[in-house]
Design a protein around this ligand. Structure first.
Ligand SMILES: C[S@@+](CC[C@H](N)C(=O)[O-])C[C@H]1O[C@@H](n2cnc3c(N)ncnc32)[C@H](O)[C@@H]1O
Length: 270
């Protein structure tokens, strides 16, 4: 197998692969940071026994399964329940009570939800707030990655995803399976609906009261990030909140009709 080299030829092949993927699957690699993408593509190419990005491009053009495998592989699914717990404390103490005062039935969107621990964490907060149950409120979890969503629907997790889940929450909201994994209880699961959604392509859900988009846009170019923030802001009801990841400050939020409310938290202006 020929080693990859960062030369003009590799770059041309990368551009060719970009065009091919856009044609055949709608996945637009132009929106992702190039260096990071190249690294991951190299891993995938050698794992599949292919020797160049051009070969990979030809293969995905003809092989639907390989195309889906590549999309799944490029998506990075790291996540856990109550990731950055201080953010969830803030949601429970300040944001959700404010939203519940104003709206009796909440629409919450976890965008780029990976295997589902983020939307289930939100559902647990609603349960703890006695907010009226899963018939009243809806948490939508979306991701581009079909396999991650399949796992999310199973709602079964290994111990390492539950590092931030207290013993009390484990007792109340999870069932320990014989193999040692944890399943989210049925009542919590009933709050959450999952759907495949590409943040770069698909229309955004509208009239949301709270949107979480955390640790997703880090892979995107500045241009793509701006477009995503603008569409998220437009998808919020006035007075609704947007929470981004703990490395993802929005500069000049007023540009999108947003106001900073707390670190990494923004509110849509009335
Ligand atoms: C690191 S996980 C973040 C999970 C969760 N939000 C959290 O913070 O724990 C990033 C997720 O973004 C998804 N993703 C990447 N590109 C996407 C796109 N264009 N549209 C929707 N989701 C995308 C990946 O599939 C992955 O599951």
């Amino acid at each position: 197998m020929q080693p990859f080299v960062d030369d003009e030829q590799t770059r041309q092949e990368y551009l060719y692969l970009q065009r091919t993927l856009r044609d055949v699957s709608g996945l637009d690699l132009r929106a992702y940071k190039e260096r990071q993408m190249m690294r991951r593509l190299r891993g995938f190419t050698s794992r599949k026994g292919l020797s160049s990005l051009r070969e990979l491009a030809e293969a995905v053009r003809h092989d639907r399964e390989l195309r889906q495998q590549l999309t799944d592989y490029l998506a990075i699914n790291v996540t856990e329940f109550f990731r950055n717990p201080e953010r969830f404390d803030d949601l429970a103490k300040n944001v959700l009570p404010k939203l519940l005062e104003r709206w009796s039935s909440l629409r919450i969107w976890s965008a780029g939800c990976s295997i589902g621990s983020e939307p289930y964490s939100l559902a647990i907060l609603l349960e703890e707030l006695n907010a009226g149950g899963p018939e009243k409120h809806r948490v939508l979890g979306t991701d581009i990655d079909r396999e991650a969503l399949e796992e999310a629907r199973q709602a079964v997790y290994t111990e390492d995803r539950l590092k931030e889940v207290s013993p009390e929450r484990r007792r109340r909201f999870f069932t320990r399976l014989p193999d040692g994994r944890w399943q989210v209880n049925e009542r919590v699961r009933r709050y959450v609906t999952f759907a495949q959604h590409n943040l770069l392509e698909d229309p955004y859900p509208q009239d949301q009261h709270l949107i979480l988009c955390r640790n997703v846009i880090i892979y995107f170019t500045e241009k793509a990030k701006k477009e995503i923030f603008a569409k998220m802001a437009a998808g919020l009801a006035p007075g609704g909140y947007l929470l981004v990841g703990s490395t993802e400050t929005i500069f000049y939020p007023e540009r999108y009709g947003l106001k900073s409310a707390a670190p990494f938290l923004y509110v849509r202006e009335e």
